[in-house]
Ligand binder design. Structure first.
Ligand code: RIB
Ligand code: CA
Length: 310
């Protein structure tokens, strides 16, 4: 089987770690590179966490590149209340002894995109700062990337403000540059990721596997358990696994073609992903697909299969 080349750009928090673990077990994918960006946690933590999680799952052969330590224009923010001060909820895992890459994420991504000649799928699961810088520094990258499977945004609502989702709100100017770049975008916003949750039985089952990777899941998700209880959610959302599992199992997801742009001037609406999906007015340029539904059982079963395999 020809594996699908995939690049993951991550702000390596708790759900990012689940996405990396799951991605490492998908035989349909070849992870050809990972890059770190500041978001959930500092760049330093995101870079180290990505390296250490990949090492934990036996994939320290996958190179991890450092990216942006702050947004393009606005002040950075983190989400320590969910991801802890170290990005993994305070969980400690062995440090990777893989050589540390020093090449910047945007340059490594560009070189890899050129190598895969239009076949590379890029999965940004954190703020879009690295992707925006790659486009600015290497404009022809837009012709080298097959599509961007983005975890970010929301057609309805938000999680940090009533209008904005965390990854987009962290760097709206970067997000707007990416959405205007012309690269084909599959957007996995809160509309679908809020349906992609592990319920209590799923959580208990993963913890019951008792291996080092499931122990990381157990030890890193405790703040999310508390956060979810406060919001009376049915479970913990695995936002970042959506764009990853879509590549291997597109039939588990439902979406609709639309145009999407990012509000960078508003106050209340700052960071909102504005879609023409449900309006008479349609943008001229409609190169996005916004995902709205997922087969939760198949989605969660595949994540559990990943954690069972270690
Ligand atoms: O809003 C959810 C997104 O913000 C996820 O990518 C999570 O890791 C955080 O970065
Ligand atoms: Ca993330």
């Amino acid at each position: 089987m020809n594996k699908i080349p995939v690049w993951i750009d991550t702000d390596t928090g708790v759900d990012d770690a689940v996405a990396l673990v799951t991605a490492s077990t998908l035989e349909e994918l070849e992870i050809v590179g990972v890059s770190a960006v500041a978001g959930n946690t500092s760049l330093e933590n995101a870079f180290r966490n990505a390296r250490d999680v990949l090492s934990l799952v036996g994939r320290k052969d996958i190179r991890v590149y450092p990216g942006a330590d702050r947004p393009l224009i606005i002040e950075g923010r983190t989400a320590a209340y969910v991801h802890g001060n170290n990005g993994l909820g305070g969980a400690e895992i062995p440090l990777s002894d893989a050589p540390q890459e020093t090449k910047k994420a945007w340059d490594a991504l560009y070189e890899t995109a050129q190598q895969y000649k239009g076949e590379l799928i890029v999965c940004p699961i954190g703020p879009l700062t690295n992707i925006a810088i790659a486009i600015a520094n290497h404009p022809d990258i837009v012709d080298c990337i097959k599509e961007l499977n983005i975890m970010g945004g929301a057609l309805i609502g938000g999680n940090i403000t009533p209008c904005a989702e965390f990854n987009i709100l962290c760097d709206p100017q970067a997000a707007e540059a990416v959405f205007r770049s012309g690269i084909r975008i599959n957007m996995f916003g809160l509309d679908v990721t809020h349906k992609a949750f592990l319920n209590d039985d799923d959580i208990d089952e993963i913890i019951s596997y008792g291996n080092m990777v499931s122990d990381l899941f157990r030890d890193s998700n405790h703040l999310l358990y508390e956060y979810r209880a406060q919001l009376h959610w049915e479970g913990i959302c695995e936002h970042d696994s959506c764009p990853i599992l879509y590549i291997a199992h597109p039939d588990w997801f439902e979406g609709q073609e639309c145009g999407i742009y990012v509000e960078t001037q508003g106050t209340i609406s700052f960071g909102k992903t504005v879609s023409d999906l449900w309006t008479d007015y349609k943008y001229e340029d409609r190169h996005c697909k916004a995902f709205l539904n997922v087969d939760r059982v198949k989605f969660t079963e595949r994540i559990k299969e990943a954690y069972r395999s270690f």
